[in-house]
Design a protein around this ligand. Structure first.
Ligand code: CP
Ligand code: NVA
Length: 312
């Protein structure tokens, strides 16, 4: 599989085979790291990490993943560079593309990360925008695969803000990989119809099902329940409204009981607001798998960098 030179902006651009390849490569790199073997796939590569929004996992994953493979990461926070203050995205991209071999971007609009890719001429990786969070999905799916031994045929239920970056990206990834995917959210927070229609075309090929539901009955049969914060970064002023809308969709022991299964797991991309989208008790019960998920951010992000930029 040759992904050299490709950007990673949204899972829409990747085939199921390419997504599976990245997950398998991550598993391989993880195994090697556990044995104390790191590589030099990124030797001589300089990588820019642009962050308009804060991050613990994504920043650390890009930094550690890059250094493990012999590369040099440089953090460029929003107060550190001219982007958005004095300089356009197009000009920033053309400058960084002359100095760096790859660029990670986390920020607000999807348009910015797409422009960076268009104008820099080097691989650009989406570390989260308001619309998508594609690297997170690779970590989530690696975790599901480690736990269940497969992806195809699993039932994944996402409870919470059904139109945020996580819901969008999980819907794309699941429909591509043959996972039955349910959004459990009030109608006001369902994903956009255009994206649902697109994902239905993927689901047709992978023979999976997409369901939009506003009744907790939809948790029935879930192998995994996934949740995320009710207010994404940049939406803090919506807190009161969201709490009102989403309280019935909290991941708690009552919702878990609705699965009618003993072995359902709970996933969370983190950071978590315990007491809102998930109870402390449920969070702690599933903390092992949730922190595997967090660790897997590093192995999967490393795989993306190695596959698109590495000397392989
Ligand atoms: N899950 C995730 O993207 O975490 P950070 O915001 O800490 O990067
Ligand atoms: N939806 C969340 C995801 C954080 C990883 C946010 O955008 O803040």
């Amino acid at each position: 599989m040759n992904l050299k030179g490709r950007s990673f902006l949204t899972l829409k651009d990747y085939t199921p085979e390419e997504i599976a390849y990245l997950i398998d490569l991550a598993a391989e790199l993880k195994e090697k790291k556990k044995q104390g073997i790191t590589g030099n796939h990124l030797k001589g590569k300089n990588i820019a990490l642009i962050f308009e929004k804060p991050s613990t996992r994504t920043r650390s994953a890009f930094t550690v993943g890059c250094v493990d493979e012999g590369g040099h990461p440089e953090y460029l926070g929003k107060e550190d560079i001219q982007l958005g203050h004095k300089e356009s995205v197009e000009d920033t991209a053309r400058v960084l593309g002359r100095m760096y071999d790859g660029i990670e971007f986390r920020g607000f609009t999807q348009e910015t990360v797409e422009k960076l890719a268009k104008y820099s001429g080097v691989p650009v990786w989406n570390g989260l925008t308001d619309t998508y969070h594609p690297t997170q999905i690779l970590a989530d799916f690696l975790t599901l695969k480690e736990h269940f031994g497969k992806l195809k045929g699993l039932k994944l239920v996402y409870a919470g803000d059904g139109r945020n970056n996580m819901a969008n990206s999980l819907m794309i990834g699941s429909s591509k990989m043959g996972i039955d995917f349910t959004i459990l959210a009030p109608k006001a927070l369902w994903p956009g119809q255009k994206l649902v229609d697109l994902c239905q075309t993927y689901a047709k090929v992978s023979k999976s099902r997409i369901t939009l539901a506003d009744s907790p009955d939809a948790a029935e049969g879930a192998d995994a329940i996934y949740t995320d914060v009710w207010c994404s970064m940049g939406e803090e002023e919506k807190a009161a409204e969201r709490i009102k809308l989403l309280k019935p969709y909290q991941v708690n022991h009552q919702l878990l009981a609705r699965t009618n299964k003993e072995d359902t797991i709970v996933l969370h991309c983190l950071p978590a607001v315990k007491g809102n989208e998930i109870t402390e008790e449920v969070f702690e019960r599933f903390s092992d798998v949730i922190f595997d998920q967090a660790e897997n951010r590093m192995h999967t992000i490393k795989a993306v960098m190695v596959a698109t930029l590495g000397n392989m």
